[in-house]
Write a protein that binds this ligand. Structure first.
Ligand code: CP
Ligand code: NVA
Length: 310
């Protein structure tokens, strides 16, 4: 019987050991650029705008000898022009792997049920697993082993936060998150992160206290107050998130020289200051760059080609 198709729909789809393996592979691929995606095609099905995700998927696959095809929101009409299950089965007949950026997590989950090729979540409302892998790869470049090192995420308990805490906890990090009242991560994500931290000898802490999370942290991470699709809530969120800003004052509570992280796009002056993002401690553009390598490592893994990379 053929092995079941593997997907990356949620950060929790990879075990802690698999996350470590994918990241090790990403570093090897970044260094050696093996031409192992020759003849392979990636389709990008995007229902939301993107700069980094689209470019990094396309560039990464091409650098390893593969090709890509991008389908813009108005072209696919997932679930509107055509049922998700029909899109999934059609795309499966053309290409080898698909990266999907959509709204509800349920869309990508339903798509994967009908897909006969691997599906990678390129951002949903609930998760951004590729971002988190690139972020942890970037921290490994800074520190080597990240086990026992500390990271504090401050802000909305959103897609980026969910994937970050599960991935960081999977690697044994001291992982903290603080969100304003009413904006915490969903319970199942908090539980997953806590379980993984327990398994890996890491630590996981969730609170509403920004300064508690940041105290002595070696990296401080934030994301926008209002995510794509939440634009109508922007005004309310600006009020609720007042004071939840990654700035020099907040960084004074972190470890001296703490790394500044953001997935971008950033709204300077809202969740992060210009000064923080432009500081020597900022690694945001390394995060950007590593999207390429983390994502091709995911694709190579899901296609069962990882053992061909020396
Ligand atoms: N960080 C990120 O996913 O950026 P884009 O929305 O530009 O792809
Ligand atoms: N939380 C943001 C991340 C963008 C990369 C959003 O979903 O819009």
């Amino acid at each position: 019987m053929p092995a079941p198709i593997r997907h990356l729909l949620s950060s929790a789809d990879f075990s802690p050991a698999e996350i470590a393996e994918v990241l090790a592979l990403a570093h090897r691929i970044k260094a050696a650029r093996p031409q192992i995606l020759g003849g392979r095609e990636l389709a990008l099905l995007f229902e939301k705008p993107s700069l980094r995700t689209r470019m990094s998927f396309e560039v990464g696959v091409r650098k390893l000898g593969g090709t890509t095809i991008y389908m813009a929101p108005q072209e696919v009409g997932i679930g509107e022009r055509e049922a998700i299950k029909d899109v999934a089965r059609a795309v499966s007949r053309y290409v080898d792997v698909v990266a999907m950026r959509t709204f509800g997590q349920a869309n990508v989950e339903e798509y994967a049920v009908y897909s006969t090729i691997p599906v990678v979540n390129a951002l949903t409302e609930d998760e951004h697993p590729c971002q988190a892998l690139a972020d942890l790869m970037t921290l490994q470049e800074q520190w080597g082993d990240v086990r026992g090192r500390s990271i504090a995420y401050i802000g909305d308990g959103n897609n980026v936060a969910a994937s970050l805490v599960v991935t960081a906890a999977s690697l044994g990090m001291d992982t903290r998150i603080a969100s304003p009242q009413g904006y915490a991560l969903p319970e199942h994500v908090l539980t997953e992160a806590a379980i993984r931290a327990e398994q890996t000898g890491g630590n996981f802490h969730n609170s509403n206290d920004l300064y508690d999370a940041v105290r002595d942290a070696e990296a401080v991470y934030t994301d926008v107050w209002t995510s794509m699709g939440q634009e109508r809530e922007a005004e309310r969120r600006r009020i609720d998130f007042a004071g939840w800003q990654l700035n020099t004052d907040v960084l004074r509570h972190a470890r001296r020289g703490a790394l500044v992280m953001h997935d971008l796009p950033a709204h300077r002056g809202e969740e992060i200051t210009d000064e923080a993002i432009e500081s020597d401690a900022s690694i945001v553009f390394d995060q950007v760059e590593n999207r390429t390598w983390a994502q091709v490592a995911v694709i190579v893994t899901l296609l069962g080609l990882a053992n061909q990379v020396s």
